[in-house]
Design a protein around this ligand. Structure first.
Ligand code: GLU
Length: 513
């Protein structure tokens, strides 16, 4: 396929939702697979819905995922500007052309006039009436007014709009790359407003004019835009332009599989639906993103790629490069794709395991610094090596491995009460002394000393090792005890064990009292 140009065209009305990320991803994969261009176009013609910071958020999210743009705001390109508000002056002439050709008309009705029309129609038994072939002849528009009256209304400038004139009794056919042929009855469509009095186009006009001018070859977008496509293909026909190919992506469903996934579900089920943290000022709410939950961007990409597409076999793990290779529009599915939180975590775990330790260390460093923890790069690398198979989320490194940095205040008292025997105290003190005497406390030196001590004194592993573990890290969970000791260091291990043994003795004495 030649000259592939696709665009991700979000409206900056809020943060990027996971569905938007998937739309961006599929566009990106398709473009890269065919040596095409991946373009960002900001569709900000609806100033009432404009949200401060949303555009920057969208761009930051795409960067986080590594979905690099070829053209877009701030990047440039031959077909800019890429923000529709900056293209405002382009659209009116196209709307006028449609009027001149009889495919659109001026309309001057107020919101009240339209509400009244709907009421009157309802009284006559026509429910959910639209501004269309049935009603347009009873409204105030250039079809019902004389040219002079129309001109005067335009000059007066009150409620001036241009509406698309949808033909009556036509079947509008769309060939969708995902769904095949989809037909719409033109009588079901409304005469949509395409240009407003202030010269701002609405989504429909701006979208198709820009897709045409930007030479977009394929429109890959969410299923919610399928019904608008009927209006779009009509406009392409009116302008005598070749329409791009369309591919409408299936819905992403709630974890239960019932209904469309919403941002509320994230809060309800405890998972993110946005890539990065988003402060919703109007709602006075802060939503944590995938990043803050501890997901790796590559894992999210892999997971999201499979929400609505599959390679045709059971392969699940794909790097971005492999996804580009494997991707094809004809493997996108029609039915909704369930957001499976556990699966998303599984992907994250796989990515953590397969990411080189140096990269993980780089990623963790800022988190560690932010906590005010001071460690060397060498320590960090060894820490990563010991913990990486024991975590699911990036944040788990610090949570599950916090004992590497300081002795936790909370310890596993239950196990201590069960396993610590006062009569072994002397042995423990000797083990601590012995560990202290080892010149270089490597894991193998610690292991051979402790194990020989246990054997020589006919003790059991079960009576000694758990106590040493909790005494060193506060918990039974963690990497190999002796590796842990080596990394924490002799001095710190001995000091932790000394105070822990005091504490354990008190716990048992209290229990026995
Ligand atoms: N601005 C629309 C949105 O916010 C774009 C739909 C399309 O890609 O045509 O999703």
């Amino acid at each position: 396929m030649d000259n592939i140009r696709v665009r991700f065209a979000p409206s900056p009305t809020g943060p990027l939702h996971i569905g938007g990320v998937r739309t961006a991803l599929y566009n990106y994969l398709f473009a890269k697979k065919h040596n095409g261009k991946f373009i960002l176009r900001i569709e900000d013609t609806d100033q009432n819905r404009y949200v401060e910071g949303a555009e920057a958020y969208i761009i930051e999210s795409l960067n986080w995922f590594g979905l690099n743009l070829d053209e877009g705001p701030g990047i440039g390109g031959e077909y800019g500007p890429y923000r529709q508000s900056e293209r405002k002056d382009i659209y009116a002439e196209y709307a006028e052309k449609l009027v001149a050709d009889g495919n659109a008309y001026y309309a001057f009705d107020s919101a009240e006039d339209i509400a009244k029309m709907k009421e009157d129609m309802a009284a006559n038994g026509v429910h959910s009436a639209k501004y269309n072939y049935l009603t347009r002849d009873d409204m105030t528009n250039s079809l019902t007014l004389s040219p002079e009256q129309t001109k005067k209304k335009i000059v007066d400038g009150i409620n001036v709009t241009i509406r698309l004139k949808i033909p009556q009794d036509e079947t509008i056919k769309i060939i969708d790359e995902v769904r095949g042929e989809v037909s719409f009855d033109s009588n079901e469509l409304d005469d949509k407003i395409i240009l407003k009095g202030d010269g701002m186009p609405t989504y429909h006009l701006a979208n198709i004019v820009d897709d045409h001018l930007m030479k977009i070859s394929h429109v890959i977008r969410g299923e919610e835009w399928l019904s608008s496509t009927a209006h779009h293909v009509l406009m392409y026909k009116f302008f005598d332009w070749t329409a791009p190919r369309f591919a409408h992506l299936p819905l992403i469903l709630k974890p239960t599989g019932k209904g469309k996934l919403s941002k509320r579900d994230g809060a309800k089920f405890g998972f993110p639906v946005f890539p990065l943290e988003w402060e919703a000022k109007a709602e006075n709410e802060i939503y944590s993103g995938f990043r803050e939950f501890g997901y790796m961007p590559q894992a999210v990409i892999n997971f999201i790629a499979l929400l609505g597409w599959n390679p045709g076999d059971d392969t699940e793990l794909f790097t971005l490069k492999e996804l580009i290779q494997a991707f094809s529009i004809n493997k996108i599915v029609k039915s909704g794709a369930r957001f499976d939180v556990d699966k998303s975590k599984w992907f994250n775990q796989q990515y953590i395991i397969s990411t080189p330790n140096t990269e993980l260390a780089q990623m963790l460093k800022p988190l560690i610094v932010a906590k005010g923890i001071d460690i060397t790069d060498d320590f960090l690398l060894k820490f990563v090596a010991l913990m990486k198979e024991r975590v699911t989320m990036v944040n788990d490194f610090l949570e599950n491995g916090k004992f590497f940095f300081e002795m936790p205040k909370e310890i596993d008292e239950k196990t201590i009460r069960k396993k610590y025997k006062l009569e072994n105290r002397d042995h423990f003190d000797q083990i601590v002394n012995g560990l202290g005497e080892i010149a270089h406390l490597t894991s193998s030196a610690a292991e051979s000393f402790v194990k020989s001590y246990i054997a020589d004194h006919e003790l059991s592993f079960g009576a000694i090792l758990p106590i040493l573990r909790i005494g060193t890290s506060g918990t039974m969970k963690g990497p190999d005890l002796f590796e842990m000791m080596e990394l924490i260091g002799k001095k710190e291990v001995c000091s932790r064990l000394t105070s822990s043994l005091e504490l354990f003795t008190t716990i048992i004495e209290k229990k026995n009292a």
